[in-house]
Write a new protein. Structure first.
Length: 413
């Protein structure tokens, strides 16, 4: 009998298992994959996410893989240029974009090291419920074995991504749904050495580049979803044409010197959403309960942050400090409150055009070195979005850069 069973062992599930096991709880984590293995991802970890890895004693393991630091972010959005980096956050002066083959293996190993039991190549098919309707375990198939295997636990957590089996089995409803705007294609290239770039033109298309493990550059493009079929018909050439159009010098370098080392990978993302993330004996964490467009690169960082929050609330319940369902419901409320601003920002700017409000704020920000640092510090998790976008701060920004009075917008509504 386990205290907690976690379904999904990537960047939400394994940290949850690790944190609970370190506090003496008996934890089982299962995943249908084996590790190391890859998964579609933005790769990017903001300073706030790296801070959690540092606190947990895992950052040095990540750095030992040779993943290169990112210390300059170059954003260009429909004619607005923002380049720079955040102020130090918890002493961290860089971001990283590791391969998921690297990151997820570190997290799985850390869960095992903490004393959690990890079963790979295990596909959950059913949940077990007790006579009161509480989640009480899982049933599933281990690779190569016949029949279903059952495990019992006091609490079950779905950390199994945006296609969560656990969420489906508990019939977790969606809310705050915002239709997805775009699709992404990406791959890994050798032979080029670029900084981080995130640049969007006036034709609803974007490029993104950032260095990752093994001397490779992750190169991505984004377009509106209604152009997916057209793009897919000649993906290779269309991929290059977007680089040519947005930053011609990068496009030429990519054609002349870049060697694609793996296939082009499409990300046709589902809608942005939240799902009901707690119920009797169960919870959802990571993309299973809350997913947004990859545009702002917050997915991994949010998974690490809110996993820690869930671990704290589960420990309170397991330790008898308060009813466990009540504690976990509070995790959901705090997650939604904390992520409200970043969710709205992500959903808005992932349309590949700016509202008049964001156009005014970001255009003015690009004219102030101090506010550019605050902007990047907000993205890195050093200050909350409510603080950056506070009316008094925007008034100060507009005054500092002498922004035209008729173009000053202080609220999105």
């Amino acid at each position: 009998m386990y205290d907690v069973i976690v379904v999904g062992a990537r960047c939400a599930g394994s940290p949850l298992a690790m944190l609970l096991a370190r506090q003496g709880h008996r934890v089982l984590v299962v995943d249908r994959a084996t590790f190391p293995s890859d998964t579609i991802s933005t790769h990017f970890i903001q300073q706030a996410g790296l801070s959690r890895l540092k606190e947990w004693g895992l950052l040095d393991r990540l750095l030992d893989t040779g993943v290169p630091p990112i210390r300059t972010l170059n954003f260009a959005y429909t004619g607005i240029d923002l380049s720079g980096f955040a102020d130090p956050i918890d002493g961290l002066t860089e971001a990283y974009a590791p391969r998921r083959t690297v990151l997820d293996k570190i997290l799985v190993d850390a869960a095992r090291d903490a004393g959690a039991e990890v079963i790979e190549d295990f596909a959950v098919e059913e949940l077990v419920f007790d006579e009161h309707g509480r989640a009480a375990g899982i049933r599933g198939k281990a690779g190569g074995e016949e029949g279903l295997k059952e495990f019992r636990g006091s609490f079950v957590v779905g950390a199994d991504g945006r296609n969560s089996k656990v969420a489906d089995l508990v019939r977790a409803e969606f809310y705050d749904v915002v239709p997805a705007a775009c699709f992404v294609y990406y791959s890994y290239f050798s032979g080029i050495e670029w900084e981080f770039h995130h640049q969007t033109d006036f034709h609803h298309q974007q490029i993104g580049t950032w260095p990752t493990n093994d001397g490779l550059m992750l190169c991505a493009v984004m377009r509106k979803k209604d152009r997916f079929r057209e793009f897919r018909a000649n993906a290779e050439e269309n991929f290059h044409s977007i680089y040519d159009a947005i930053v011609p010098e990068l496009g030429q370098d990519l054609r002349d010197n870049g060697k694609r080392e793996e296939q082009l990978r499409p990300m046709l993302y589902p809608d942005n959403y939240r799902r009901r993330s707690s119920g009797p004996g169960w919870a959802l964490v990571g993309d299973a309960g809350y997913h947004k467009d990859p545009f702002t690169g917050l997915g991994i960082t949010d998974a690490l942050k809110y996993t820690e929050l869930l671990a704290e609330r589960l420990h309170e319940g397991l330790a008898g400090e308060r009813p466990i369902d009540e504690a976990v419901a509070e995790y959901v409320r705090l997650r939604d409150e904390d992520s409200r601003g970043s969710y709205a920002l992500t959903c808005s700017i992932s349309e590949l055009e700016l509202t008049p409000y964001f156009d005014s704020v970001f255009r003015a920000t690009s004219m102030s070195e101090g506010f550019k640092r605050r902007f990047f510090t907000m993205l890195g998790g050093g200050i909350h979005g409510d603080e950056f976008f506070a009316v008094d701060q925007l008034e100060k920004l507009y005054e500092e850069v002498d922004f035209p009075a008729e173009k000053r917008i202080l609220s999105p509504g």
